[in-house]
Write a protein that binds this ligand. Sequence first.
Ligand code: AMP
Ligand code: MG
Length: 401
Amino acid sequence: MTARPATTSARSVEEHRDRVEQLLRPLAARDVEDAGTAEALGRRLAEEVRAPVDLPVFRNSGMDGYAVRAESVAVTPVTLPLAGIVAAGQPGQAPLPPGAAMKVMTGAPIPPGADCVVPVEDTRAGDGTVTIERGRKTGDFVREPGTDVHAGDLLVPAGTLLAPRHIAALAAVGLATLPVFRRVAAAVLTTGDELMPAGKPLRPGQIYNSNGIALGAALAANGVEVVSIEHSTDDPGEFRRKLGAATRAADVVFTSGGVSKGDFEVVKDVLAGIGGEFGSVAMQPGGPQGLSVVEGVPVLSFPGNPVSTMVSFEVFARPILRELSGLPPVPKHDVPLRDSVRSPAGRRQFLRGRLEPGGVAPTSGPGSHLIAAMAQADVLIEIPAEVTELAAGSTVKVWEL
Ligand code: AMP
Ligand code: MG
């Protein structure tokens, strides 16, 4: 634990965000690992990949039809003897006798000696013969090897964020694994005696633990590998033990709950005792925030109200995590307010809002427990600290969720 004085005065959003970024940015120096091509969606390619083979791999038919020599079908209609049939997947080494046709399926090898394919639509099958009704020229419907990519040519550059189209090309050249950057590994540790995991019945006084699953989802959606999602009661011994396991397993740890001014604030009690910075950030929701380094691992402590946890993630963690993952920044827009809003003085508000044709409308009041209303939102509405009232039509900044 790095010894650092605990702070009590309210920080600005930018000050706290800068501190978080300062602690997390070193995680960018990441190693390279192999990922299965099937699992590599959304990962960042660490090295350029050159095609190990030609694409197409061999000369093959672009149509179901008849492989012929163009000179045999220069005058049509013409009836040619059928010399055989080649399906996709057959080696197709038998040569085409002069003046004959060989039936070929899409993707089947073109028999040596043939130079074009007449689509089946332009033919009539006879008894051991085929009548060609429309001629073709040399090269028609023949896919030559290397015309898509040559072996040795660049297929996907280093640094590419792998989308389905890249995966398709990498799979097409037969690569089963890809060199990708290791993702930032995060652990989530929620706290609270009152919390039950989803799927279990609630006893009186209990609620479901949504923050663990929600933070896990938020991390995964921003390119982070979630190595564990654990829960601790408000018992300091249990919290210390689970925090130790989290810092051993992860590059960064996110805790929820136990950071405000109640009687059982386990996160603050334990972490402030070993040098963590706990205090208030001038924002709502998400005012109480903690930041610690335990065994060299940054620990971000968010308040427990579900909306506070999510907004804290959006404001403090998401921008730097996206940067570390090579993802584009979260889009922000200036849009008109559809309804007037009030906001407390001295704290920056992040209201949950929905973009509608007339502008952005809050989906609920400011209560930081209103997580169902947040599901209706697609943006955060940022209201500056000094603003207490905004008329409908005023321009506000919104952050895409
Ligand atoms: P705390 O920050 O621990 O004082 O919690 C503030 C409020 O958030 C309380 O109503 C808690 O019950 C609730 N809360 C804390 N942690 C969670 C969680 N993991 N999931 C859902 N609600 C939570
Ligand atoms: Mg609590």
